[in-house]
Design a protein around this ligand. Structure first.
Ligand SMILES: Nc1c(C(=O)O)ncn1[C@@H]1O[C@H](COP(=O)(O)O)[C@@H](O)[C@H]1O
Length: 159
């Protein structure tokens, strides 16, 4: 099982790398690519073709800031699920959020919160868990631990 993490500039790296950390914890193979629909459109098409057809990637996480066309353009080239991460490069990230979430009918991008690449990874894991039962088990365990830790940390045990 493989996931691609694609982002528009090396300036997005710190935010987007958090997705890889979570995927790694779940034992999911991933590859990071810095690609831009605006700056290297031909290269983007080339890589997309390869990652789906030759490398068997099953889900794509795509992050970009400013006029964030990258996730939408990626979605237009593939039927793999694309999860968009709006990045705060200006205007608090609102420009990017709106660019990513407001896709025209037929080409959706599942959009998470601004800078929330962690949730993008989580959603990709949930999507893959439909196909891989061992992943579903790990997710259920993750949720159980999260709940227990929340109860412990917030003092709810005593309540
Ligand atoms: N939105 C896009 C695209 C695209 O959509 O193709 N390519 C780069 N970018 C974004 O531009 C911002 C500034 O990039 P630089 O820091 O390289 O100038 C980054 O957040 C990147 O994702």
């Amino acid at each position: 099982m493989r996931v691609s993490i694609i982002y528009g500039s090396k300036s997005d790296k710190d935010i987007m790398s958090k997705a890889g950390v979570l995927l790694g914890e779940f034992g999911i193979e991933y590859k990071e690519y810095i690609l831009s629909a605006h700056r290297v459109p031909e290269k983007l098409t080339e890589v997309l073709e390869k990652l789906e057809k030759e490398e068997g990637h099953e889900c794509i996480i795509a992050g970009a800031g400013l006029a964030a066309h990258l996730p939408g353009v990626i979605a237009s080239h593939t039927t793999l699920p694309v999860i968009g991460v709006p990045i705060n490069a200006a205007l608090g990230g609102m420009d990017s959020l709106l660019s990513i979430v407001q896709m025209p009918k037929s080409i959706p991008v599942a959009t998470v919160g601004i800078n929330n690449s962690f949730n993008a990874a989580m959603l990709s894991i949930q999507i893959l868990s439909l196909k891989y039962p061992e992943l579903k088990e790990k997710l259920e365990l993750y949720r159980k631990d999260m709940k227990e830790n929340f109860i412990k940390d917030s003092g709810l045990e005593e309540a």
